[in-house]
Design a protein around this ligand. Structure first.
Ligand SMILES: NC(=O)c1ccc[n+]([C@@H]2O[C@H](COP(=O)([O-])OP(=O)(O)OC[C@H]3O[C@@H](n4cnc5c(N)ncnc54)[C@H](O)[C@@H]3O)[C@@H](O)[C@H]2O)c1
Length: 328
């Protein structure tokens, strides 16, 4: 099978590419390297068993001609290319909206033209400001005002979901939406504000771990290969077409406790420093206090049961970052 992965040189995309290559499939990647890196796929490009089955195009998904060729060539599309991460969105507001809305529009239009199965990577951010748990796919959505730019990521991804579902309803496109909660593992970068690599980097340098707010906000974390497993099954399952699925972990932890766990697991001598949100992100910032997924829907359909626990994930990330002195 030929698989196109937009954003395939990114964190999740590179693991997805690896899983398909392990399966014996051909993998086509399109990535503009805005937050991704060729380092993420260097080990795949040099492995002799994969060389003839991996094709990498450094380009933007906004380049319709290239994308048309790639979608036309492949059997299945995973659309992961997006402006990602709170810090990146706040620093590049216009570019982020264009990539996330116009980019997805082009991907969907071409998948529809060539009648290709497609999975759209969405985000738990679309739930907005809820504090109840678990969050389920049918929940209402509450956002802050448009002056608070962090919501532009949520709103743009929500538009992607609407577009995907509209194609399913009007043309029968085989499209599935996966709402990812915090996904973590080796190769994720802390450069754009992702919490685990950022805190692990600080722990390995024995610097204070900077926790934003009072550290009581909670999250769950899912290991990237558990997410990849779900993507590969959802994109093939006719019962998933036209549907939205939460994909996330079930172990809820506060960011303050996460920082303590990272110090323990890494054996660091770091302390924890709490930084008010307005100092970290400016006064317009709002955070969600709690974000826990209900995963019954995806569990029922494909048996999704994330097995990799937080300490095991942290051990993998710490070991990866220890060996990469350039990112620590
Ligand atoms: N990691 C998470 O916790 C998480 C949570 C929710 C949703 N997601 C979604 O999963 C997807 C992958 O995220 P990730 O964590 O791997 O982040 P990432 O930044 O590593 O991956 C995104 C990739 O898209 C590429 N890209 C961005 N704009 C592009 C463009 N215009 N053309 C081509 N390539 C472009 C980047 O260079 C990068 O390689 C994204 O759609 C993101 O919204 C991730």
């Amino acid at each position: 099978m030929r698989v196109l992965i937009s954003g395939g040189a990114g964190f999740i995309g590179s693991h997805l590419a690896e899983a398909y290559l392990e399966n014996g499939d051909e993998v086509y990647i399109i990535d503009d390297l805005s937050t991704g890196s060729l380092d993420n796929i260097a080990h795949l490009k040099t492995k002799s068993a994969y060389q003839k089955r991996l094709f990498v195009h450094i380009d933007t998904i906004l380049n319709r001609d290239i994308l048309m060729e790639l979608v036309g060539t492949c059997d299945v599309v995973h659309h992961l290319a997006a402006a990602v991460g709170v810090e990146f969105i706040l620093d590049h507001p216009m570019e982020s909206i264009t990539t996330n809305i116009q980019g997805t529009e082009i991907v969907l239009e071409l998948c529809n033209k060539f009648k290709k199965r497609v999975l759209i990577a969405s985000t738990s951010e679309v739930y907005g400001k809820h504090t109840h748990a678990p969050l389920v796919e049918t929940d209402n959505i509450i956002y802050g005002p448009s002056s608070k730019f962090r919501w532009s990521y949520a709103a743009s991804k929500l538009m992607d979901e609407f577009m995907a579902l509209a194609y399913f309803r009007t043309t029968g496109l085989n499209v599935t939406v996966a709402r990812l909660f915090n996904t973590v593992g080796p190769r994720q970068t802390g450069a754009y504000g992702m919490v685990i690599p950022r805190l692990v980097g600080q722990a390995l340098r024995n610097e204070p771990l900077t926790v934003y707010g009072d550290g009581k906000q909670t999250r769950t974390f899912t290991y990237v290969r558990d997410v990849v497993w779900a993507f590969m099954r959802l994109v093939e399952n006719p019962e998933a077409f036209g549907q939205v699925f939460n994909i996330g972990g079930v172990e809820e932890i506060s960011i303050g406790d996460l920082a303590k766990r990272i110090i323990t697991v890494s054996g660091s001598s770091s302390t924890i420093q709490f930084i008010p949100y307005d100092k970290a992100f400016g006064k317009d910032f709002e955070d969600m206090q709690r974000r826990v997924p209900g995963i019954e829907k995806v569990r029922k359909l494909i048996g999704f049961d994330p097995k990799t626990h937080l300490d095991a994930i942290l051990t993998k990330v710490i070991s990866y970052m220890r060996n990469r002195t350039d990112i620590v």
